[in-house]
Design a protein around this ligand. Structure first.
Ligand SMILES: [Zn+2]
Ligand SMILES: [Zn+2]
Length: 423
């Protein structure tokens, strides 16, 4: 079929434009400033990575790897994946650049699209944006504390106040088997009542059952991972708590918080907006992943990171009154040229203003003054600069201030001065 009129965006994928795009750019710019303050460097990794990277990094039994990845083949029949998350690619890059060999301390931040082949539904997109950080080479609990504080600060800077931090420790490869055993014993008691996914999880990865939305109520009494921590993990967790208390960062210990990815150890956390109603997704989440570099073929380098869901935050900002009542400031100049004879001179003026740093727009066509004024108003321009034949003859311009609703005829040579008064 060649019906071009029916071409639409792919289901679950969205254009970002208009006010929402402006919000996104603002958010990214706040994030950049903040990350630089914490001495993080920006990194961009490819959107396409090899399938095996995510299988090894996220774990074969995770929901993402089992059913949520966009997998495709290149012409050489190699299996590629549109990245479902940001961490695996950055760890790959860290190893590929030999930073792991010297256990280099490196702090990266990233922003960009991630992809999940999920069934599109409210709040779930197939392409979505994340902003996140990864901190390599520091196993001290202060790095966890910095990451959690940074994530909260980012949300706060963007305009979300009083966020709630949920915190847990899931132990390490030494002590987690103990927890898995205790948890499995507990799950066995409910075996007949659990959903089919959880039955599978019991064999392969019992911790995953704690993420189950269907069996949530039954699992409320499940044992806490904090009770089976080894001494080193316990110390790490207590030190982290001490750091958070030191900066008065409020958090809540949630003993069943495990996160849906296999690479985490010790610290895991999620951050919610105030008034969380249970069905809501976390705005940001993260944790420590001290063995991921080794899992991906590098040396053992401790690391900790977080990622924030950009669309979730944008949706929340749109819901809050503060961002809605914010009236947009008028800015820039809209040049209206009246009559073909004025176009060349106007085009020169247009270029001149832009070269002097003034945001300037113009149509240079034959639309009426009235219709161009309406257009300028709709664009939110601060000034209309009107150039007609009389103005050119007398080397003058008419400057109309759309905010003050005033109009003056000034010599062309005064134009920059007049605009600079306001800008
Ligand atoms: Zn441990
Ligand atoms: Zn279940």
């Amino acid at each position: 079929m060649n019906d071009l009129s029916s071409i639409q965006a792919v289901r679950g994928m969205h254009d970002i434009a208009g006010d929402r795009m402006e919000q996104l750019v603002r958010m990214e710019s706040f994030a950049r400033d903040l990350f630089f303050l914490y001495a993080y460097q920006e990194i961009r990794t490819p959107h396409l990575e090899s399938l095996v990277l995510f299988e090894r990094a996220l774990g074969q039994t995770t929901d993402i790897v089992e059913k949520e990845m966009f997998v495709l083949k290149d012409r050489g029949e190699r299996l590629l994946v549109l990245r479902p998350e940001g961490t695996a690619g950055i760890v790959r890059s860290y190893i590929e650049n030999d930073l792991d060999k010297k256990s280099v301390i490196a702090k990266f931040f990233y922003m960009g699209s991630m992809y999940r082949a999920e069934r599109p539904q409210a709040g779930r997109l197939r392409e979505f944006n994340q902003i996140g950080s990864e901190y390599f080479g520091n196993n001290a609990p202060s790095a966890d504390a910095e990451t959690i504080e940074l994530a909260c600060k980012l949300l706060e800077t963007i305009g979300i106040q009083n966020v709630q931090v949920q915190l847990n420790s899931i132990g390490c490869s030494e002590c987690r088997p103990n927890y898995q055993r205790v948890l499995l014993d507990f799950l066995m008691k409910f075996k007949d009542q659990l959903c089919s996914d959880c039955i599978k999880r019991m064999d392969r990865n019992p911790l995953r059952a704690l993420d189950c939305k269907i069996d949530r109520d039954k699992l409320e009494a499940a044992p806490s991972s904090l009770d089976t921590l080894c001494l080193a993990c316990k110390d790490h967790h207590l030190e982290l708590e001490a750091f958070l208390k030191m900066i008065s960062l409020e958090y809540k210990i949630v003993p069943h918080l495990v996160r849906g990815l296999d690479y985490y150890n010790r610290t895991v956390f999620e951050i919610y907006s105030p008034g969380k109603d249970g069905s809501q997704d976390a705005l940001a989440a993260g944790g420590r992943y001290d063995t991921l570099t080794q899992q991906l073929g590098g040396a053992l380098v401790p690391a900790v990171g977080f990622a924030m869901g950009v669309e979730r935050v944008l949706n929340l900002l749109e819901q809050t009154k503060a961002s809605q009542s914010e009236t947009k400031k008028r800015e820039g100049v809209f040049l209206i040229a009246l009559g073909k004879e004025t176009f060349a001179k106007s085009f020169q003026t247009l270029n001149f203003l832009r070269s002097k740093g003034f945001k300037t727009n113009s149509l240079l066509n034959h639309q009426s003054l009235k219709s161009q004024m309406r257009f300028a108003d709709g664009l939110g321009a601060r000034f209309c600069l009107i150039i007609g034949e009389d103005e050119i003859k007398n080397d003058q311009v008419t400057l109309k201030d759309l905010e003050q609703k005033s109009q003056t005829l000034i010599p062309s040579s005064m134009l920059l001065q007049e605009l600079a008064k306001i800008q």
